[in-house]
Write a protein that binds this ligand. Structure first.
Ligand code: PDD
Length: 276
């Protein structure tokens, strides 16, 4: 079952108009809420970011926080088997009579669905994962979780084509984030990640990872670092709601951290598991 504009219906019965601006222009905002044991990590942070995104593109939020929470919990409850789910929520500006770039007052289209999260065991992650790098040519509003993420999908596909977990992005030599995750590096026991701003999505997992690192008495610095520094890091991680904290041990075919997940990753990973 999915939710579409006020109704819970079967997914194969859920349709939107071809005039929907989400379809025509990617004109919308989305969120992904991770539910572990049916409980969402960072629910309010996700709802706040949803509000920020809607404000950024001038769509009126169609629901209160409590209404969203009820809808999300209901969607989670429909799957009686899987305890770990990713709830996808999308609000597009709505559909108009004709296709035109500009818009007036429209009724937003609201869609919510849930899919299963399948996490890898820690024992598997200890072997590490690989990434490739690419120049970040996206627009400078990457802090808005807009549905128009063609560049991100192409980067993700490039990673897949190269049997890699992620594509790590850099702009003018500075590491920004990855195709669908934030990037961290460890150097001399200190954790670094790009500061919040127009170049990166302010990831909720990023925020939780920073909190977990601080709870483990680690020093965290939100400052820019270069691709060169990334390649010389002691550890590299990527973080996202659906993949938690992943150790990257090979970048562009070059070994990082002796090819194994590092001890600081292990520490913060364990701390993150306590959030569930
Ligand atoms: N993506 N950066 C980008 C570009 C992302 O798309 C995501 C998440 C993140 C991590 O954000 P968070 O920790 O809040 O999930 C960073 C989601 C999972 C997606 O598009 O499916």
């Amino acid at each position: 079952m999915v939710y579409l504009n006020g109704n819970f219906i079967e997914k194969d019965q859920a349709y939107v108009s071809v005039m929907d601006r989400g379809f025509l222009f990617g004109d919308g905002i989305y969120e992904v809420f991770p539910a572990y044991n049916r409980k969402i990590i960072g629910l309010d942070s996700h709802l706040n970011r949803l509000q920020d995104g809607l404000d950024a593109i001038s769509i009126k939020n169609p629901h209160s926080k409590d209404e969203w929470k009820n809808l999300i919990n209901k969607i989670i409850s429909f799957d009686s088997i899987n305890e770990n789910q990713a709830v996808y929520l999308q609000i597009s500006r709505g559909s108009d009579k004709n296709r035109k770039h500009t818009y007036g007052e429209l009724k937003p289209t609201v869609f919510i669905q849930s899919s299963v999260i399948k996490l890898r065991e820690k024992s598997t992650l200890l072997n590490g994962l690989s990434a490739i790098t690419r120049e970040d040519i996206r627009w400078l509003k990457s802090d808005t979780k807009a549905t128009s993420i063609l560049a991100n999908t192409l980067y993700a596909q490039e990673a897949k084509n190269n049997d890699a977990e992620e594509t790590i992005l850099y702009r003018d030599g500075i590491v920004t984030e990855a195709s669908s995750s934030n990037v961290f590096m460890v150097k001399d026991k200190c954790l670094f990640t790009h500061p919040k701003g127009p170049n990166i999505l302010p990831g909720v997992t990023r925020k939780k990872t920073i909190e977990c690192a601080k709870a483990s008495n680690l020093k965290v610095v939100e400052s820019r670092f270069t691709k060169q520094q990334l390649m010389e890091a002691d550890e590299v991680w990527v973080t996202s709601s659906t993949r938690e904290i992943l150790p990257i041990t090979s970048i562009d075919g070059i070994e990082i951290s002796n090819g194994c997940a590092g001890p600081i990753w292990s520490l913060v990973y364990d701390q993150y598991q306590l959030l569930k």
